[in-house]
Design a protein around this ligand. Structure first.
Ligand code: FES
Length: 150
């Protein structure tokens, strides 16, 4: 085990884990931030998406030892009161079905809106293509992004 100091949601957090421990497990098991989910563990589904220095990253394949002082944002840190426009839109439109993938969807959508404040359907589809939803809520996800962009 080794000690690492991570910058998570604006706070400095110490974790004592193996160097190759994926960030996802440090978040969930060590720090109790369980919003990010384990889907595939292979960087392919997007359920574990967080932001690293503002850019979406798959926390299931990101070793804690690789992070240094980079700023990590999880769904818990997106807005302290869960009042981010995307979270509001998700609630208003009942976007989730089972909900498992939705934190990752929102984190990716948040980055999209920073790049394209009024995204087209094509921009949404391109940005969100790597975030899989087993319930196929893609139409509602797209509507939620448009609502948040209003
Ligand atoms: Fe990380 Fe699927 S759990 S991409």
């Amino acid at each position: 085990m080794s000690k690492y100091t991570l910058n998570i949601n604006g706070k400095t957090q110490a974790v004592d884990v193996e160097p190759d421990t994926p960030l996802l497990w440090a978040l969930r098991d060590t720090l109790g931030l369980v919003g990010s989910k384990y889907g595939c563990g292979l960087g392919q589904c997007g359920a574990c998406t967080v932001h690293v220095d503002g850019v979406p990253a798959r926390s299931c394949v990101l070793p804690v030892s690789s992070l240094g002082k980079q700023k990590i944002t999880t769904i818990e840190g997106l807005d302290a009161n869960a009042r981010h426009p995307l979270q509001q839109a998700w609630q208003e439109l009942d976007v989730p079905q089972c909900g498992y993938c939705q934190a990752g969807q929102i984190m990716t959508a948040c980055h999209l809106l920073k790049q394209h404040p009024k995204p087209s359907d094509a921009q949404i589809d391109e940005a969100m293509a790597g975030n899989l939803c087993r319930c196929a809520t893609y139409t509602r996800i797209r509507a939620g992004i448009h609502r948040a962009a209003e």
